[in-house]
Ligand binder design. Structure first.
Ligand code: ADP
Ligand code: ZN
Length: 436
């Protein structure tokens, strides 16, 4: 099933023409309504009339998270306050949070995009769907919620927290779908196991997982433990929230709602646009947003755009899974390290639970990387009092990490549940170097 074939299955020529028309309109709109963009365009000697087709996008300036922070709270808002009907804020671990205002039309577009995602996952009117992203300033909860209502399934606004109650509701209501972070899905699976709720007592069949990077092995693990099929859901508050892109039944990349969010991939160092297929930093221009439109927003997320059509019938361009962020990339002794590389090694070994933490320190001017991992209960019970077995496992993991990361790593094995759980996005890195 496809929610909106008119938009999701357009020919390339039609799509480019629509994008070009919308780009011209949005540039004109920000030129007249956002002084920040008007000044930027004037500095570059550009007027909205210079932007006529989608290929003209390369003439436009980039927007960064810093621009949003510098213009806190409402500096980039284009619509008058009387038109804004909702305000979200991104978590922003450092500095000011990013404030995003939505007009009624924006909320409508968002719901439509989310409905496209859910339909691609196979969610329909008969489903009972639990939204377990946090409700509140974070866009995950309410964003997914509106889409479920638009599709016409019964939404259960479970949010995060109170996981035992949620686990029982999944069993008692016969909940069939869930949207949450992949780490919360695993936490939920653990909670169910502790409560003695088994897979055959529940009806979950679809999971919409996102808000943080995850890997194929994590997908397999969640699918196995909850008995559902897990789909990727990608988004960010600066562009809209969840529903910027979504996996279809082919699960070969995530389709971008490119009639609303125009994607580019750039080299994060030279800022030069890259051709399809090449990995780099993902950049989005909102083509229809009224509240806070952005031109060429640098997401810092690393991935590539895929060439070729998908077998599902949708023609929208697909993006590969996010492999890391160009800003949370760690540089340890001059070598680039992504937490996702560590994750893939940890998950490839059956002895470990999918919980890990990277701790970076600087000792005598030398960077050190410690990887803490949690043993699975079964393995822990069977072998933890055998020092030789622990030693062997520790060495095996350290060797694998060294070959993948090209740097030496100290491995610390932890007892089950020793690494702190998160209900939203997990903390994967503690970089103590910044504190000095
Ligand atoms: P906050 O800034 O409050 O953490 P955002 O909604 O802005 O919340 O977070 C968006 C970021 O979350 C994205 O830029 C990306 O790094 C990450 N993200 C969201 N969905 C996915 C996904 N499906 N896969 C990988 N990363 C994701
Ligand atoms: Zn597809």
């Amino acid at each position: 099933m496809i929610w909106n074939p008119n938009k999701e299955c357009m020919s390339r020529d039609e799509m480019s023409a629509l994008q070009g028309k919308r780009l011209h309109k949005i540039v004109e709109y920000v030129y007249h309504n956002v002084p920040f963009y008007r000044h930027k365009l004037q500095e570059m000697d550009l007027t909205p009339d210079d932007i006529r087709s989608i290929d003209d996008i390369v003439k436009l300036p980039y927007t960064t998270k810093k621009d949003l922070r510098d213009n806190y709270p409402f500096g980039l808002q284009a619509a008058p306050q009387s038109e804004i009907i909702r305000i979200h804020a991104s978590s922003g671990t450092t500095g000011n949070p990013t404030i995003v205002g939505y007009t009624r039309k924006d909320i409508g577009v968002w719901s439509e995009c989310m409905a496209r995602c859910l339909t691609a996952y196979g969610v329909g009117r008969e489903d009972i769907f639990s939204v377990s992203y946090g409700y509140g300033l974070f866009t995950g909860g309410l964003g997914a919620h509106n889409g479920v209502e638009m599709v016409g399934a019964s939404v259960v606004p479970a949010s995060t927290g109170n996981t035992e109650k949620h686990a029982r509701l999944i069993r008692d209501l016969g909940i069939t779908g869930i949207a949450c972070t992949p780490s919360y899905a695993l936490y939920l699976a653990e909670t169910m196991e502790q409560l003695g709720i088994t897979k055959d007592q529940i009806k979950l069949r679809v999971g919409a997982f996102g808000a943080e990077p995850w890997t194929e092995s994590m997908r397999e693990e969640i699918q196995e433990r909850l008995g559902l099929k897990g789909f990727n859901l990608y988004g960010l508050s600066e562009i809209m929230g969840p529903s910027v892109s979504y996996e279809c039944q082919m699960q070969n990349g995530s389709h971008i709602n490119e009639d609303h969010f125009y994607p580019e991939i750039i080299n994060p160092v030279t800022l030069e646009p890259l051709p399809k297929g090449q990995p780099g930093e993902l950049v989005f221009t909102t083509l229809t947003k009224e509240g806070m439109p952005v031109l060429r927003y640098r997401t810092r997320d690393l991935c590539s755009l895929m060439a070729g059509d998908c077998d599902c019938g949708r023609t929208s361009v697909r993006m590969t899974p996010i492999t890391g962020r160009s800003d949370d990339m760690l540089i340890i002794r001059g070598i680039n390290v992504f937490p996702s590389q560590v994750e893939s090694v940890v998950l490839s070994m059956k002895e470990f639970a999918p919980r890990y933490l990277l701790v970076v320190n600087r000792v005598n001017n030398l960077d050190t990387l410690e990887v803490q991992v949690e043993l699975r209960q079964e393995y822990f019970t069977a072998t933890f009092d055998t020092p030789a077995a622990i030693d062997e496992l520790q060495k095996r993991l350290a060797a694998k990490l060294r070959s993948v990361l090209s740097i030496g790593v100290k491995v610390s094995l932890k007892a089950p549940n020793a690494i702190e759980r998160s209900q939203g996005k997990s903390v994967r890195v503690i970089d103590n170097r910044k504190l000095k």
